[in-house]
Design a protein around this ligand. Structure first.
Ligand code: AP5
Length: 225
């Protein structure tokens, strides 16, 4: 199963990928998570991308492509993966086809107002990366602590409303050619991501089962709240 989740900030890419990772043990590869981890560890890559990520701008294609290419060479991706947030430009989409075969790209359509509301309520565990929301499910069970490891949750630097609006705009500046590319190669499905999690997750499962890349045999029991 080689699936790409694309969509504007706040579409829910991370939450849906996290659900498939937990339930079906499929690696979740998020370029945003990789960059934030590198930034927090102060690595050379982190220093190179910090200025872009914190201002809501796209990281240059050559850097992102190199990161994803290396990640897809890791052995855990042999059984499949879910890519979250990559590709975002036509250059990235073409590069991806040079180093792997994608089964399907799912475009999660979210409106700007829903995205701003969701992202202002988003809280993230700095240890395991799990995503919660103080307004929507999944809410943390104990106030602002991770359900899995009890760590204090944090708010991302780029989740303040003015940065979210900037990210939303930047996303659509480069995105139309990506959509056209996947439409013309018949690998695009669109899903209305303004809906609730309990509506979207079964729909995503059905799409993946119908195209024959997912069998409903979970490695863990995961509830949809
Ligand atoms: P990245 O981390 O990828 O950020 P993004 O695309 O802006 O996406 P988000 O993580 O904000 O949104 P999401 O769709 O994953 O939302 P989530 O599932 O958390 O990238 C960050 C930065 O890195 C970029 O700005 C750029 O600088 C750089 N970068 C990354 N990839 C790059 C690339 N390919 N090229 C160049 N630069 C790149 O959901 C949001 C919240 O809403 C959560 O709290 C969730 O609980 C809630 N929620 C989600 N769905 C629902 C629902 N259906 N109902 C209710 N609540 C929901």
């Amino acid at each position: 199963m080689r699936v790409v989740l694309i969509g504007a900030p706040g579409a829910g890419k991370g939450v849906y990928a996290q659900y498939f990772r937990d339930k079906y043990c499929i690696p979740h590869i998020s370029t945003g998570d990789i960059f934030r981890d590198e930034i927090s560890r102060g690595t050379e890559l982190g220093l190179r991308v910090k200025q872009y990520v914190e201002r809501g701008l796209l990281v240059p294609d050559e850097i992102v492509i190199d990161v994803v290419k290396k990640r897809l060479q890791q052995p855990d991706t042999q059984r499949g993966f879910i890519l979250d947030g990559f590709p975002r430009t036509i250059v990235q989409a073409r590069a991806l086809d040079e180093f792997t075969n994608i089964d399907i790209t799912i475009h999660l359509l979210v409106s700007e107002e829903v995205a701003v509301r969701r992202l202002s309520g988003r809280r993230v565990c700095p240890v395991c990366g799990r995503v919660y929301n103080i307004y929507y499910e999944p809410k943390p069970r104990v106030n602002e602590k991770c359900d899995y490891d009890g760590t204090q949750l944090i708010q991302r630097q780029d989740d303040y409303p003015e940065v979210v609006r900037q990210r939303y705009r930047v996303f659509y500046e480069t995105f139309t050619p990506v959509l056209d590319y996947y439409t013309s190669t018949r690998r695009l499905v669109e899903v209305n991501a303004d809906k609730t999690l309990s509506e979207i997750l079964p729909l995503l499962e059905k799409i993946l089962v119908d195209i024959g890349v997912l069998k409903l045999n979970p490695c863990r029991d995961v509830k949809i709240d």
